[in-house]
Design a protein. Structure first.
Length: 248
């Protein structure tokens, strides 16, 4: 998928920003929130899809220090990833190894144990992690710890922002938002509902198994993924803005 100038909405104030701009904006909101919350430890984490495949999707999470790494994994599955119960893991993107840690006896932990470890025992400001879901048709996410904040997060994991549905257009008519993808055809492979009916007449696989919905996720069009369970309002096809009428 080509890079699209995606924007995200701040869930504190509903203002829209670019991926770079919203990071700075959220920092101000978190500073204000911290004045009214109990002491503790929490982290502001930016999550992006692999830039090799567009880098169009992004989230910002606020995660409590006593939440488990597995809670982050669960959240990512619920909003972006879960389709068939595949395995997942965090890893060090530089060393290209699954994330592990030493215990008090200097023994290396099993990568699965990381999921049961509190985030405050793993994360530090500036840390970068990789998250892989499904080791067959893998979806890779990149996590950056932007800030460590000395307050707790009620609820463990809070969604601060998410990119709005991408402006993916039908490759046949070019005028309507794409609603369906064909996973067996390359060009065209994104269709509005009307053009999808025409495509089904020429592509035998489309009606059987290759039609997949356009969703707001880097897992779009992969395996059996058909959308998430969190923030469904922003999980579908983008709504084309009507051009204002001009008076003659």
């Amino acid at each position: 998928m080509p890079t699209i100038n995606s924007v995200g909405k701040c869930f504190f104030c509903n203002a829209e920003f670019t991926k770079a701009g919203i990071t700075k904006h959220l920092k101000g909101h978190l500073a204000k929130e911290a004045k009214h919350i109990k002491n503790g430890t929490s982290f502001h984490i930016k999550i992006e899809d692999d830039p090799r495949f567009g880098g169009n999707f992004f989230l910002n999470l606020w995660v409590d220090g006593e939440a488990l790494m597995g809670d982050i994994d669960d959240f990512l599955r619920a909003i972006w990833l879960e389709c068939c119960g595949h395995l997942s893991a965090f890893s060090n993107p530089k060393k290209k190894k699954m994330l592990t840690m030493l215990d008090e006896n200097d023994l290396m932990s099993d990568p699965d144990e990381i999921m049961d470890t509190e985030t405050k025992d793993i994360l530090v400001k500036g840390m970068k992690l990789k998250h892989d879901y499904d080791f067959g048709s893998t979806t890779t996410l990149l996590l950056t710890v932007l800030e460590q904040i000395p307050v707790e997060v009620p609820g463990g994991v809070i969604l601060l922002s998410r990119n709005e549905p991408l402006e993916i257009m039908c490759e046949t008519c070019g005028t309507e938002p794409a609603a369906l993808l064909c996973t067996t055809c390359y060009e065209p492979n994104s269709f509005c509902k009307k053009c999808a009916k025409k495509h089904a007449k020429t592509c035998e696989d489309f009606a059987d198994y290759s039609a997949m919905p356009v969703v707001n996720s880097p897992r779009m069009g992969v395996c059996g993924y058909d959308g998430g369970r969190i923030d469904k309002k922003r999980d579908g096809v983008f709504i084309k803005k009507e051009k204002p009428e001009t008076s003659g």
